[in-house]
Ligand binder design. Structure first.
Ligand SMILES: Nc1nc2c(ncn2[C@@H]2O[C@H](COP(=O)(O)OP(=O)(O)O)[C@@H](O)[C@H]2O)c(=O)[nH]1
Ligand SMILES: [Mg+2]
Length: 252
């Protein structure tokens, strides 16, 4: 058999390799910790742990920096990284982007936490700015809902209720009921740290770096970029505007 035919036939088995992100679409890669309900059980404070939060922020920083994202958002065990419509890393190959983002998140988190942890990854695509704004609103609403549920669940568990009892006590209950449940136990949900209730954003900021020209000893300055971690995100319409501002910032 012609070796070229053989090569081509074998390559056909790499069926998904030609799959690319839609050209001109905004893209988000979202990584999520695998089995983190179990993984966090004996290692971290419940319902929220500052150390886990910092480890997730470090992981998010590595993703935005290495993959050249525009904005990242993290809550719980997940990280969403936004990419521009003209982003062309790996020629937008889906398999590469999904596997590398999951690998990078797993490696970084494992390195920072000192215990092996695994992340999965998926792609979201949206056409137009409003789709992206909706995406980030959606994840932020998830953060708020999970924070309220988590606080209620662990408050009941720490009072001695079993998994089944705590789950049953909260099943189908309204936001008002859950806020009241916490309030009666001296916890005001609206005063809990913002990063727990709204998630955390990472975006690029420009700053002026002062230096000295070694040739003539004169002071010079240059514009650089660095990541800024925002632990007090706005919400609702203000968050829409916040996301739009980052999407419209000049490309780096
Ligand atoms: N103890 C602790 N657990 C957390 C924290 N943040 C997230 N988690 C856990 O991570 C889980 C993330 O949810 P999900 O991805 O649906 O669960 P998974 O499929 O088990 O990874 C939550 O249900 C929590 O159990 C934290 O700050 N402290
Ligand atoms: Mg998970």
């Amino acid at each position: 058999m012609n070796p070229n035919d053989f090569e081509a036939r074998m390559r056909e088995g790499e069926f998904f390799h030609s799959l690319r992100l839609l050209r001109g679409a905004w893209c988000v890669l979202r990584v999520d910790g695998r089995g983190f309900s179990r993984f966090t059980e004996s290692r971290y404070e419940k319902p929220f742990d500052v150390t886990l939060h910092q480890q997730m922020v470090r992981t998010a920083s590595a993703l935005v920096e290495e993959l050249r994202g525009v904005y990242a958002y993290t809550e719980s065990d997940e990280i969403s990284v936004l990419f521009r419509p003209d982003w062309s890393l790996f020629d937008r190959e889906v398999e590469k982007l999904v596997s590398i983002s999951a690998g990078l998140a797993s490696a970084t988190f494992t390195h920072v936490a000192g215990v092996p942890a695994v992340f999965d990854s998926r792609v979201w695509m949206g056409v137009g700015e409003s789709a992206v704004v909706d995406y980030f609103r959606w994840r932020q609403a998830d953060a708020t809902r999970c924070a309220l549920n988590g606080w209620c669940y662990w408050t009941l568990r720490k009072e001695g209720q079993s998994v089944a009892q705590a789950t049953r006590a909260l099943h189908g209950k309204s936001v008002g009921f859950k806020n009241e449940l916490l309030f009666q136990r001296g916890i005001n949900f609206n005063e809990l740290p913002l990063w727990q209730r709204r998630g955390t954003g990472l975006s690029w900021e420009r700053y002026e770096k002062e230096g000295v020209d070694p040739r003539n000893g004169q002071k010079v300055s240059a514009w650089r970029q660095r990541l800024r971690v925002d632990e007090s995100l706005p919400m609702k319409e203000e968050y829409d505007a916040y996301v739009l501002e980052r999407m419209r910032a000049p490309a780096t």
